[in-house]
Ligand binder design. Structure first.
Ligand code: WT7
Length: 685
């Protein structure tokens, strides 16, 4: 195999001389917590026989159980086609529509049930309850507009840059109804970041909103569309139409002008489509449903392409059995729909199960740390889903708040980053009132849905550990020498999945080589093999497996920083810094942060003739925010006289990381310029 890179462990980022494996060995094993008998009694899945049914000798046919949760126009002929590894094709020959499965099929029994509770950030604004019937009407009308006004058809790509409002799932489902591939960009991302994704996906239409609330302010969002379209044009790509939803229907809430012939106010135009119905497109199971861009090892964000049939089957099954969603549940996932978590576990999974899904516009602590619990109380939410970052923030801002409100969760999810056992225990005791089960779900944008988690009605929970592979998922940890690390070895390695699964992304949009290289080449046993057993999927995370089979995820092994549960490419941040003409070199390192888990520190050196100043540092920080968005804003921009370098000229990021974390950078005597280390330490103090 070409290019066998040694495993770089994230522990190196924390301390320059202790490896993650050593840290792992020294971790204390936490005790178990059991689900309550009340939970188990009502659980969708409490049959321990499930793991026998989903053993590898029954692969891939056990995944029929997933697809059977959906309504198909035409049943598939082949469960899994492996003729072109690792481009797996699921439910081949099947015909299906994702919108039909999330909306139309529920009308007979649930038309008057709330599909979406939209909770505006300003607390005095009324919650909107959109029934399945209302959702059906609005999705149809918007689909008619996309088809008849924009001329869009199956296979076209459309970029959405929408905030957390009900119109976002409506727009996604309208696209899905027509077989249009949607690509939603997180609303907090900058206009420039949106432009890159428009260009890569070749979207001719951008769907956005004039304004939205965030942390108490009505933000002008249309201004980002202006930047996105201009930047895309500069890169040689023309956007024909910008569709603008109004945050307050009937009123345009942005100071940014509308461009004639290009910009259209959706709410006005929709009048023409009142009462229109659009037949759902009968799509091949293998057609793409959406693109979701994420950061990876090198360069540009990559568009993860997810299928209709396989993806929808996967998120529906995992929503039902891992999140225990029943149709009568009120479910709130506090993630943003701009990330994969929101796609899978706010929109597609819960709606496919006819649940009520909460869409909350704003930040959890607005106006105070009691807000989420008031929402839970008002809507009688019983399933809750969030990230360690949000849990840490709520614990800090209002450790005793949950006890003041009369809500009861039966089930809670945590996702996005490792959760510290102390934080897990607060989540369990205070937020879950010691009644709720917790699932710590490990997965990635690429995966479509959960990979590792306890099954809530079967397994005991262990704080800080995700748990075993979910039914059907067979993980394995490989070391640097390609040897399997057995459970209980106490050693960390590269976590991989032995088998394909229907939720896995199909490819990287327009970059199939990178898809193979990044996820499959490292541990592929034979590149000419047509046997799926030779193609384990490499996730890019370090992990240890305890003797009980539970996995503890340690974090990324590539050049990616997980900030508040979301991946940012260090290369992207560094390239943004290099836009500032004075900057010669830039290096980003992750630093531990009590709330966000990790945040970037940015080290830069200047070209000869320039002197460091706060003004330059501010411009660099500003460039990162305008290129990527506030989520990537460096904690500090440190202008250094020179970067610590090896004799071959490589920047020693681990030395910078140790300095940022106020840890000992270890032995630096082999550097080309060891004297610079003390100077940098002085600057960071
Ligand atoms: C990376 C994926 C999956 C949706 C949200 C993030 C880390 C994710 C866990 C967890 C420890 C976790 C991994 C992974 N991660 N969940 N439960 N415990 N780490 O999606 O942006 O694609 O990030 O998040 O490092 O590779 P993403």
């Amino acid at each position: 195999m070409p290019n066998k890179k040694p495993l770089r462990r994230p522990g190196k980022q924390q301390s320059a001389d202790i490896s993650e494996a050593q840290i792992a060995v020294h971790w204390r094993e936490e005790g178990y917590f059991s689900p309550s008998s009340k939970f188990i009694a009502q659980a969708n899945l409490a049959d321990k026989g499930i793991f026998k049914r989903f053993s590898l000798d029954k692969f891939p046919e056990y995944y029929r159980e997933f697809a059977d949760l959906l309504d198909w126009y035409k049943r598939w002929k082949k469960t899994l086609d492996t003729s072109n590894p690792p481009f797996w094709r699921w439910f081949v020959g099947g015909e299906i529509n994702a919108c039909y499965n999330c909306v139309d099929r529920h009308l007979a029994r649930h038309k008057n049930k709330t599909a979406i509770h939209f909770v505006p950030e300003p607390e005095h604004e009324a919650v909107q309850h959109i029934t399945y019937q209302e959702l059906f009407v609005r999705v149809n009308e918007f689909a008619a507009l996309l088809r008849d006004f924009c001329g869009l058809k199956a296979g076209d790509r459309v970029t959405l840059h929408m905030p957390m409002v009900a119109e976002l799932p409506i727009a996604m489902l309208a696209c899905a109804r027509l077989g249009i591939i949607h690509s939603q960009v997180f609303s907090g991302f900058s206009g420039k970041a949106c432009a890159d994704r428009i260009v890569d996906s070749e979207s001719r239409v951008l769907i956005t909103m004039d304004a939205y609330y965030r942390a108490g302010t009505l933000l002008d969002h249309k201004e980002k569309a202006e930047i996105a379209v201009t930047e895309a044009a500069r890169e040689g790509h023309k956007v024909d139409r910008v569709l603008i939803w109004q945050r307050y229907p009937g009123k345009y809430s942005s100071p940014t002008k509308l461009a004639e012939g290009r910009d259209v106010i959706v709410n006005d135009l929709l009048r023409k489509y009142r009462g229109k119905r659009v037949e759902p497109a009968r799509m091949p199971a293998e057609a793409p449903l959406f693109l979701m861009y994420t950061s990876g090892t090198t360069g540009r964000p990559k568009g993860c392409q997810h299928s209709i049939g396989g993806y929808l089957a996967y998120v529906t099954w995992t929503s039902k059995y891992i999140q225990d969603i029943h149709p009568e549940d009120v479910y709130w996932c506090m993630a943003d729909i701009g990330w994969i978590t929101g796609h899978s576990y706010i929109v597609y999974g819960p709606l496919a199960l006819a649940a009520s899904s909460v869409v909350y516009e704003g930040v959890p602590t607005q106006p105070d740390a009691g807000r989420p619990w008031r929402i839970a109380e008002q809507l009688d939410v019983n399933i809750f889903h969030t990230s360690p970052t949000a849990i840490r923030a709520l614990r800090r801002a209002g450790p005793d708040e949950p006890a003041k409100y009369h809500y009861h969760f039966k089930h809670m999810t945590t996702v996005g980053e490792p959760i510290e056992p102390e934080v897990w225990k607060w989540y369990h005791k205070m937020v879950g009132k010691s009644e709720a089960v917790i699932v710590d779900t490990w997965w990635q944008t690429e995966n479509g849905g959960f990979l590792c988690s306890t099954v809530p009605g079967i397994h005991k929970m262990k704080p800080g550990s995700a748990g075993p592979g979910i039914p059907g998922i067979h993980p394995v940890i490989y070391d640097d020498q390609d040897k399997e690390l057995p459970a209980g070895s106490g050693k960390a390695g590269n976590i991989c999945i032995r088998n394909p699964w229907p939720g896995g992304f199909q490819t990287i949009w327009k970059d199939p080589d990178r898809f193979v290289r990044q996820y499959y080449s490292r541990y592929c046993k034979n590149p000419r093999s047509k046997n799926w057993r030779d193609w384990p999927y490499m996730a890019g995370d370090g992990a240890v497996q305890a003797a009980d089979g539970y996995y503890r995820i340690l974090g990324r092994i590539d050049d990616v920083i997980n900030v508040a549960g979301h991946r940012l490419g260090t290369k992207e941040i560094e390239s943004a810094a290099l836009i500032i003409p004075e900057v010669a070199e830039a290096a980003v390192v992750p630093v531990a942060d009590p709330i966000k888990g990790r945040v970037p520190d940015l080290y830069v050196s200047l070209k000869p003739g320039f002197t460091a100043s706060k003004e330059i540092a501010d411009r660099i920080s500003g460039a990162v925010v305008s290129e990527i968005g506030p989520i990537a804003r460096p904690r500090a921009v440190v202008i250094v006289p020179d970067m610590p370098k090896t004799r071959s000229g490589k920047i020693m990021r681990r030395v910078l990381a140790a300095i940022s974390d106020h840890k000992d950078p270890g032995d630096v005597s082999t550097l080309a310029n060891p004297e610079v280390v003390d100077k940098i330490k002085e600057l960071v103090k």
